[in-house]
Design a binder for this molecule. Structure first.
Ligand code: SF4
Length: 374
């Protein structure tokens, strides 16, 4: 019997999934977190235990894109999984209540759930002139964040604006906008940057908290390592083309149509840490992330890259790996392939050719060409 079949205590599966689909999903979350399949069972039990942690979701200087990405998620009912795993007590866009009623709901939830609720902050917080440039219910965002954080069990900064200031904090930053960690220097703030962030990473963080009663391991700027531990460049399906020296030189050219590497048209994947190539966005196919669809990564999870570095500027390649000698760029056969399939299919050849070139150059030989591998 499959170990997942041991899990019987599910009365209500969130998100209209079948029991097996739900268990598979939780096992996938466990794998994303770097845990075993048995941890998936524990996550499933915790998610269906009925102990939904209250969440207070504040919105400051933002475009509501982070909430939108949650609601528009097309992973199987991901938004339902999140909304049924937590009790969303306060959210300015999604709350039925408005005005004084909404503010009263936030106060009531904080009072009733002292030390138990999760505070999620979306958007930057202006600090200049006492924070008057963003007010909700006649109170500054600065006061809302400080007040709501005081008795929170965990604090999550969702999106790049909340993580370090994002768009609002770009020069000349007229409102003195900062990220949530800067507003709360003495608190642990989990940052889930992205513009928008992947809702799967928010769900995995919440499920980790609900299941193991602690935060996942974080890097030195508060990002969960399971999601931000690797460069996009490390897992990109176009990476073999980079190694083989095959680059799109402009949008729509032959290399772009064939799915070659986007580095020379501004891809910031080599200096951006995120799991986009492995988690993707939505469940709509293997190309459902910017690079997969032919757009260079803009480095939206990386402070100092997105909103600050022009798209035409070349990325700093953090881990320069072989080849030391590029193989000749040769014509690929066949037409009518999608960029993504060309990236994958061509990439296999590219990896072989690229590796062959490096080995050959080290041995003082001429590198092999694609026709040699036929
Ligand atoms: Fe790296 Fe970007 Fe090229 Fe992918 S498309 S291999 S992330 S430079």
């Amino acid at each position: 019997m499959n170990k997942l079949d041991d899990f019987k205590a599910v009365e209500k599966i969130p998100g209209n999934l079948s029991r097996r689909e739900f268990l598979k999903f939780c096992t996938g979350v466990a794998a994303t977190l770097g845990l075993s399949s048995m941890a998936g069972v524990r996550i499933a039990e915790a998610a269906t235990s009925g102990n939904r942690p209250p969440v207070i979701w504040l919105s400051g200087q933002e475009c509501t894109g982070c909430s939108e990405t949650l609601l528009r998620a097309t992973h199987p009912t991901l938004e339902s999984l999140i909304l049924e795993t937590i009790s969303l007590d306060y959210h300015e866009t999604l709350s039925v209540a408005a005005g004084h009623q909404a503010e009263a709901a936030r106060q009531a939830s904080m009072e009733a759930n002292k030390g138990k609720y999760i505070l999620v902050v979306e958007g930057a917080t202006p600090m200049k002139d006492g924070g008057i440039y963003c007010k909700i219910g006649n109170k500054t965002m600065l006061d809302h964040v400080k007040e709501s954080a005081e008795h929170a069990a965990a604090i999550v900064a969702v999106g790049s604006c909340s993580s370090w200031g994002g768009v609002a904090a770009t020069s000349p930053n007229p409102t003195g906008a900062v990220g949530t960690p800067e507003v709360l220097p003495n608190k642990t703030v989990v940052s889930i940057p992205g513009c928008p962030p992947n809702p799967y990473n928010l769900l995995a963080t919440i499920l980790h908290l609900v299941t193991f009663k602690k935060l996942p391991a974080l890097d030195d700027i508060g990002r969960p390592i399971f999601a931000y531990g690797r460069l996009i460049h490390e897992n990109c399906e176009r990476r073999p083309h980079f190694d083989a020296g095959r680059f799109a030189m402009e949008f729509g050219d032959e290399g772009h149509r064939k799915g070659w590497c986007l580095y020379k048209i501004g891809c910031k994947g080599p200096e951006t840490y995120a799991n986009c190539p492995s988690v993707l966005f939505g469940d709509v196919g293997s190309a459902s992330w910017p690079v997969g669809t032919g757009h260079p990564c803009i480095g939206c999870t990386e402070q100092g890259v997105v909103f600050e570095k022009s798209i035409h500027e070349l990325a700093k390649v953090e881990n320069l790996t072989p080849p030391t000698l590029f193989p000749p760029i040769v014509e690929e056969r066949g037409t009518g392939v999608t960029p993504a399939s060309a990236a994958v299919a061509g990439g296999v050849v590219g990896a072989v050719v690229g590796a062959g070139a490096v080995i050959a150059s080290k041995m003082g030989q001429e590198p092999a060409t694609e026709s040699d591998s036929d």
